[in-house]
Ligand binder design. Structure first.
Ligand code: ADP
Length: 433
């Protein structure tokens, strides 16, 4: 790059020669040379000032005479254009990324090859507690977990890692690394706490069902083996066959309850056209009759059915919920104990079916878990009493499907009260049915 153009050099030479000629002619060579140099300097200074002024706001092409300054301004304009284009591209990329990932329910973080944050979506703010200042910071360092760091630093062949959230206690996070370009990965993070809980529940459920079935099956297998012995007379054989009754019924009850619960859980809420006006008085009456003599016990069952309202629902389901509550009242209270069943009109609050007993009662720490499948206060005792451990889970689901809910109050040694509240919209006066 030359500092001066040929024209400028020529002008300078002509000016110098003219100064020398005039200086020699008039004997003032020193003065004329000085004047020529000063003119040159002024000329250059003007150009330099123009350049400096332009460089502060380099929008238009500057009017410069000096070749060097012109070239410098041209390359400066070129670099500026490139920088502007790059900024524009980066902004476009950012808004494209944000647009694409904004709707994602999971956190999405764009990182470079070293795990430094380049961009992130809205969900990352809530889940990974990222904020604007974190751009450029290392994601692994923020998550502070060895598995996350390994994944981000690509030290593991796996593309996912699961670990406890450093921000929310008890929350489990899953990170997935998706390579998107050379030295650029998309890190997707989601909350898997609920999913893990469901998996554990499923495993527990399978383990519980197997356990519940194994006990009666072992008994049946034992009797069948005894029957195989050749020397048994008819009377002994009949006695053994009768012994098969109890474990077989137990297995049947368990399978029936399991099928019922699965159907309740998996089928959609009943459609209005499937609902009938169920007479609660009759429902309770038939449930009490079915349960008469349960486990050979005799109880005083008092019914106060003052409400004439009917429940709009599915009779078979309501019958099952009702008889589970009454069966429990019988099972968990002593011989001769009082059991009260009432159906009361609560006006604008709807109507309530209450089943209360004066039995063993339930300690407060168990109350919130009673409707879980197979949850029992006294495992061994409940099995002896013949329950499947699914009765209250069924009752809860039936009530939920009828826009209703189960409320439990109890005191150890004094007894328990189970309330089924039905909303006014779920009720129908008797005469209009
Ligand atoms: P189960 O078949 O074991 O009775 P449920 O789901 O019906 O199963 O009840 C779960 C547990 O709740 C029971 O095992 C028992 O510990 C407790 N429970 C239910 N009803 C009563 C009651 N009326 N009085 C005391 N405990 C009860």
């Amino acid at each position: 790059m030359s500092l001066y153009s040929r024209k400028e050099l020529l002008t300078a030479v002509v000016l110098a020669l003219a100064a020398i000629a005039v200086g020699l002619a008039f004997g003032i060579l020193g003065w004329t040379l000085f004047a020529a140099a000063a003119a040159g300097l002024v000329y250059q200074h003007r150009d330099l000032r123009k350049f400096v002024r332009w460089a502060k706001k380099p929008l238009r092409r500057p009017k410069l005479a000096n070749e060097g300054l012109q070239q410098a301004s041209r390359s400066l304009r070129r670099s500026l254009k490139q920088a502007r284009r790059r900024t524009h591209e980066a902004l476009q990329q950012t808004s494209h990324f944000r647009g694409l990932t904004a709707a994602l329910p999971d956190a999405a973080v764009l990182v470079d090859g070293e795990g430094n944050i380049e961009n992130f979506n809205n969900a990352s703010v809530a889940l990974l507690h990222l904020n604007r200042k974190d751009a450029g910071n290392n994601l692994g360092a923020l998550l502070r977990h060895p598995d996350a760091i390994e994944l981000l630093e690509q030290q593991t062949p796996d593309d996912t890692a699961e670990f406890s959230s450093p921000f929310v206690e008890g929350q489990r996070l899953e990170l997935r690394r998706v390579p998107v370009a050379k030295n650029q990965d998309l890190i997707l993070a989601r909350n898997v706490t609920h999913l893990n809980r469901l998996l554990t529940m499923r495993q527990d459920f399978v383990a519980n069902v197997s356990h519940e079935l194994r006990t009666p099956l072992t008994v049946i297998v034992g009797y069948l083996e005894a029957m195989e012995e050749e020397a048994l007379d008819g009377a002994t054989l009949r006695k053994l066959v009768r012994k098969l009754n109890s474990p077989t019924h137990r297995m049947q009850a368990l399978v029936d309850d399991l099928l019922m619960l699965t159907r309740l859980e998996s089928s959609p809420a009943p459609e209005p056209r499937d609902l009938v006006a169920v007479d609660v008085q009759q429902l309770v009456h038939s449930a009490v009759e079915d349960l008469a003599g349960l486990a050979g016990k005799r109880h005083q069952i008092n019914q106060r059915m003052s409400c004439a309202l009917r429940v709009l629902g599915i009779e078979k389901e309501l019958h099952s919920a009702c008889s589970n509550l009454i069966a429990n009242a019988i099972k968990y209270s002593p011989q001769g104990g009082n059991i009260n069943i009432s159906w009361t009109d609560g006006g604008d609050d709807g109507a309530t079916l209450e089943v209360s007993d004066e039995g063993v009662g339930i300690a407060p720490e168990h109350l919130s878990r009673l409707t879980e499948r197979f949850y029992r206060v006294d495992m061994a005792g409940a099995r002896v009493r013949g329950g499947t451990g699914l009765g209250l889970a069924i009752a809860k689901h039936v009530l939920k499907r009828h826009n209703s809910q189960l409320q439990i109050e109890s005191e150890v040694g004094k007894g328990s009260r189970f309330y089924c509240h039905f909303r006014p919209g779920q009720l129908q006066p008797q005469e209009s049915s």
